[in-house]
Write a protein that binds this ligand. Structure first.
Ligand SMILES: [Zn+2]
Ligand SMILES: [Zn+2]
Length: 152
C-alpha cells in the first residue's frame, strides 16, 4: 500500500532524471492494467488500485516500464529498442502479474487447515481442497475463502 503523493514525487524525479520532458503524470482507475503511456496525450498514468495495493518499489517498476515507452516512442512497442531503454533506466522485467495487482482492490484469500494461502481474483465455485496438502480433492483440506483488499 502506497501513498499517492509518494508516487507523484517519484514520477517527477524519474521524469527529470531520464530527461522525459513534455509529459504529464497522473492516476487512472484501471483494473485490467497497472500503468499506461498515452503517446497522443503525452501522459503517463498509474492505476489507483495498484497504488492502493502495491509497494512503492512495485509502483516504481510500472512507472519505469511506462517511462521507457515514452522515451522510445509508440512504434518501438515492446521491441529490443524498448527493452534496452527499459533495462538502462532500471526496469527489472520481473514476472509480476501486474493485472492481478491492479485488480487487487478486491481479491479472495483462501486458507487451508494447514495454513497454506491461495489467492484468486474471483471466488472459486464449489468446494476446493488445498493442492499443497493433497494432489486430489480431499475434504480434510478444504479451503476457506475470504474477500480482502482495500475498499476503494
Ligand atoms: Zn509496455
Ligand atoms: Zn494446505
Amino acid at each position: 500500500m502506497t501513498n499517492q503523493s509518494e508516487v507523484i514525487d517519484l514520477a517527477v524525479s524519474h521524469f527529470a532524471k531520464h530527461g522525459l520532458v513534455n509529459y504529464s503524470f497522473g492516476f487512472d482507475r484501471a483494473v485490467r492494467r497497472a500503468g499506461q503511456c498515452d503517446f497522443r496525450a503525452r501522459r503517463i498514468t498509474i492505476s489507483k488500485h495498484l497504488v492502493a495495493t502495491a509497494s512503492l518499489e512495485d509502483v516504481e517498476q510500472v512507472l519505469l516500464h511506462e517511462i521507457a515507452h515514452a522515451l522510445v516512442g509508440k512504434d518501438a512497442g515492446h521491441s529490443k529498442i524498448w527493452r534496452e531503454k527499459a533495462r538502462a533506466i532500471g526496469y527489472r522485467f520481473e514476472r509480476v502479474d501486474w493485472e492481478q495487482l491492479a485488480s487487487g482492490a478486491k481479491h479472495y484469500l483462501g486458507s487451508c487447515p494447514n495454513g497454506h494461502s491461495h489467492l484468486r481474483v474471483r471466488k472459486p465455485k464449489g468446494a476446493r481442497s488445498c493442492r499443497k496438502c493433497a494432489d486430489r480433492f480431499d475434504d480434510r483440506y478444504l479451503i476457506r475463502w475470504e474477500l480482502v483488499g482495500p475498499n476503494q
